[in-house]
Design a protein around this ligand. Structure first.
Ligand code: PLP
Length: 449
């Protein structure tokens, strides 16, 4: 039975009854029921087309025919767990190794970004024999208990901060403690980590790992200042810890000029562990941890087998290989650079016309537009951002969402086949909505000022 034969109201009622209500829907007041998708487009049950500006999971485009073909063929032939010798896992690991610095040459395949980060935590602790972790403020690293503990975005609303977790300021040069007028924000923010390490040592504790997204996304589409990560890595290493780059959102060429987000921090910067997920399988649950021979060796030395039933199975790895092929054959990194630059350029021009646009930032197809009620005070325009998202969906069938601690940053992380025309359409629509809101004096965030 095709599930979309249910009427939308029936699906909604069943969902309310059967699915845990903490699993929220996009546009919860009036959800969209998507029944098929292609490229950067989603289609509802009436075949109405929506432009997807947010799914960084369907990296090379929704339901890409090359991927579905490979997946079906491998599913028909064989799918086992990774305890049998098979070509796909090793060929895929080899292809991934070619995208990474030589040092990152041992791979563990898992099924989600959360599993990857949890394993990274285990690897770091086993290798360093230390317990404590430093994370960036507002970070999110996954939904497992261990990761809620290292995700200020979640633990602040739940059990609070564990004694082994230490929160460093988010290196946000628009809104953070050191801003764009600082002569060297990268160094200044790195020094906050150094101070934190000293504080941890004074408490008699030891750092196992520093975890950070290469471009903090939940934190508000943040671009780390130059030289931040190499400096932090230096401090973390001298404390005996390791640097974990969470590339779950940012890997696989999203930033265009580089395959990995961490490479924006310079050719000679190399994390000790890289975790990857979302875009890897183009929607198929596939994730991975890449690390060094030394760290992997320490993990092996505890003589406990690491077994993951689905991780690295032949179907997942065939899909992963097909995703890498499509990124190359369709020059999606080049597309990300060209379209991302055009999008940023158009949004920057829009900023000149609309006072509410406080900042436009991004690299490749990872772009954020921060809305503020007051450019001087940088007061978050949260309600305005929510209204823009709602109207884009209702009036233009464009799916955009918000991020950042105040949910006032419009985020763009579309499938990498996003086109110049798509970018132009989105910016025109945002312009129209903001112009209309200004003309009608819809100062939604008035009371927040
Ligand atoms: C940066 C980051 N790390 C880890 C995760 C967890 O990944 P998953 O939802 O696949 O478990 C997410 C998910 O949103 C994420 O954004």
């Amino acid at each position: 039975m095709a599930l979309h034969k249910l009427k939308k109201e029936e699906t909604l009622a069943m969902r309310k009854r059967l699915i845990g209500q903490s699993c929220r829907l996009f546009y919860s007041d009036d959800p969209i029921k998507i029944v098929r998708a292609r490229g950067q487009y989603l289609f509802d049950e009436n075949d109405k087309r929506y432009l997807d500006c947010i799914s960084n999971v369907h990296h090379v485009g929704h339901c890409h025919p090359s991927i579905t073909k490979v997946a079906a063929a491998q599913m028909e032939l064989l799918n086992t767990n990774a305890r049998f010798l098979h070509d796909n896992i090793v060929v895929y690991a080899d292809r991934l190794a070619a995208t990474l610095p030589d040092k990152l040459c041992v791979f563990y395949f898992v099924n989600s970004g959360s599993e990857a980060n949890d394993l990274a935590l285990r690897l770091a602790r086993q290798y360093t024999q230390h317990e404590d972790v430093i994370v960036l403020d507002h970070a999110y690293h996954g939904h497992l208990t261990s990761l809620i503990d290292i995700s200020p975005y979640k633990f602040r609303k739940l059990t609070g901060q564990k004694e082994w977790v230490h929160v460093a300021p988010l290196p946000d040069v628009y809104r953070g403690v050191y801003r764009e007028d600082h002569p060297d924000p990268g160094q200044a923010y790195a020094d906050t980590v150094k101070d934190l390490i000293e504080e941890v040592h004074r408490k008699g504790r030891k750092i196992s790992a520093f975890f950070a997204e290469s471009l903090p996304s939940v934190g508000g589409q943040i671009i780390l200042p130059e030289r931040y990560s190499p400096k932090v890595a230096e401090y973390v290493h001298s404390a005996g810890g390791v640097f974990v780059a969470d590339e779950v959102q940012t890997g696989f060429g999203r930033v265009g000029g580089h395959f990995w987000g961490f490479q924006l921090q310079g050719e000679d910067f190399c994390p000790d562990i890289v975790t990857m997920g979302k875009p890897m399988g183009n929607g198929h649950p596939l994730a991975c941890v890449a690390t060094t021979v030394e760290i992997a060796g320490a993990f092996t030395a505890n003589a406990v087998e690491y077994f993951n039933t689905f991780g690295g199975n032949p179907v997942s790895c065939a899909i992963g290989l097909a995703v890498l092929d499509v990124i190359e054959t369709e020059d999606l990194r080049g597309n990300s650079m060209r379209v991302g630059a055009h999008l940023k350029d158009l949004l920057t021009k829009l900023q000149k016309q609309h006072q509410v646009i406080g900042d436009v930032r991004g690299v490749g197809l990872f772009v954020g537009v921060e809305l503020v009620t007051d450019r001087e005070k940088r007061t978050p325009a949260t309600k305005t951002a929510a209204q823009v998202v709602k109207r884009l969906k209702e009036e233009d069938q464009i799916c955009v969402s918000t991020d950042g601690p105040w949910d006032n940053v419009l985020k763009f992380k579309p499938p990498m086949c996003f086109s110049i025309e798509n970018a132009e359409l989105v910016v025109q629509c945002i312009d129209r909505i903001l112009t209309d809101m200004a003309a009608n004096d819809l100062k939604l965030d008035k009371e927040d000022i």
